[in-house]
Design a protein around this ligand. Structure first.
Ligand SMILES: C[S@@+](CC[C@H](N)C(=O)[O-])C[C@H]1O[C@@H](n2cnc3c(N)ncnc32)[C@H](O)[C@@H]1O
Length: 378
């Protein structure tokens, strides 16, 4: 077993949630912009890839050192123990980025990094000539921030938002990682009713169902590090077995999603089927303002359209105001809406209990949180 410095990368604003997820899995963490550092062994690489719902990727931090010149970069990269992680036939593409640093030419930094690793691998393995790179893939990144180079290797492959259930997507699907974060922030628990009245392809409802039944988000997908020699098959079998044991498939759920567009509802249903929630989530075609319920203490989470054209914006504003009015009839329900509309509270007719700035891709949004009051039955 080897001890690795690891980092879970996260979208801006979601680092604290990823840190909480890691702490809940038993790791000590250190958070920086977009990054949550932790330590672990081979088993932890597999386990965190399988379980993190809000992180983008899990990477191995191979090393970090000051690099103000190409020579420093070359020597620093060459000094790192690449042969302990990669086999001699590894394919290793190098990507790069540079922020506020003397070494700003990213293509040059990438090729110097590549050359330094080749030289190290050839020396250690006593090879002459080129390395063939016919083996498993190790995606390396050289990232230079304020003249400090950090070398990482991606252990996830496709981003962790790819859970493997999305058959098709609608026009503006939320990333699964953000959808999971919205559910976590709401503190929804599976004994409470859950509704997404703008469900689109069903992302938020599906993430809620996986959280509700404690299903590992990565259970149905593969990771690039599954191909690596030191990440033995037994490790993956073990973490998948653990995940299977931890899942609570019998947990009843009261999750529903609706959308005005019947085509979206069909997509949501297909995604639910793929995720193994076939009949467990109730998806139907409905206009948001037709929502009615006898249930108490429910949670409504939605991502209403933002509206691009002038007529559209007005209609959406009217709809938000109507939702605010409609939800007055359900005082024990908590309503959470992710919207880029800055006048959302004004339209909704109530000051949000809390707001949180979040990015939906490149769109700056707020997560407006209107808490319900507890019902008498509790
Ligand atoms: C931004 S998208 C939601 C995307 C969704 N979160 C996902 O991950 O796929 C907004 C959705 O609201 C739906 N919509 C627009 N007006 C609506 C209304 N009045 N009632 C219900 N749904 C509506 C649209 O059809 C669209 O699917």
């Amino acid at each position: 077993m080897t001890k690795f410095n690891l980092v879970a990368t996260a979208a801006m604003g979601l680092e604290a949630i990823v840190a909480d997820e890691l702490k809940a899995l038993g790791y000590e963490t250190r958070t920086e912009n977009g990054k949550v550092y932790f330590e672990g062994e081979e088993h932890d690489i597999a386990r965190t890839n399988l379980w993190l719902r809000v992180a983008d990727r899990v990477k191995i931090v191979v090393g970090s050192f000051p690099a103000r010149t190409f020579d420093q970069l070359f020597e620093g990269v060459k000094a790192l123990p690449w042969e302990k992680i990669m086999p001699v036939d590894a394919e290793f593409p190098v990507t790069g980025k540079s922020v506020k640093s003397k070494l700003y030419s990213v293509p040059d930094c990438q090729s110097i990094t590549k050359k330094a690793i080749v030289e190290r691998m050839k020396k250690v393995h006593g090879r002459l000539g080129m390395l063939e790179e016919t083996g498993p893939k190790f995606k390396i990144e050289v990232s230079i921030l304020k003249d400090v180079a950090t070398l990482t290797i991606d252990t996830s492959g496709a981003g962790l938002h790819k859970r493997g259930y999305r058959t098709e997507q609608g026009e503006a699907p939320l990333k699964e990682t953000l959808a999971a974060a919205l559910v976590y922030i709401s503190k929804w628990t599976p004994n409470r009713p859950f509704v997404d009245p703008f469900c689109g392809s069903g992302t938020i409802a599906l993430e809620a169902a996986m959280i509700g039944q404690n299903i590992a988000p990565g259970y149905n997908r593969e990771f690039i590090s599954e191909e690596w020699p030191f990440m033995k098959q037994e490790i993956w079998d073990e973490v998948r077995d653990e995940a299977d044991q931890a899942a609570n498939y019998d947990q009843p759920l009261q999750i529903s999603g609706s959308d005005i567009d019947h085509r979206m509802v069909e997509i949501a249903k297909r995604n639910a089927l793929e995720a193994g929630f076939g009949e467990l989530i109730d998806f139907k075609q409905m206009q948001v303002l037709d929502f009615t319920t006898h249930a108490e203490d429910g949670v409504m989470i939605g991502n209403p359209p933002y509206g691009e054209r002038i007529g559209e914006v007005e209609a959406i504003e009217q709809m938000i105001s109507d939702i605010g009015h409609m939800m007055k009839a359900y005082p024990t329900w908590s309503v959470y809406m992710l919207s880029s509309m800055e006048n959302f509270e004004e339209l909704y007719g109530r000051r949000a209990t809390k707001k949180r700035k979040l990015f939906n891709g490149f769109i700056r949004t707020d997560y407006y949180q209107f808490w319900g009051r507890k019902s008498q039955k509790k």
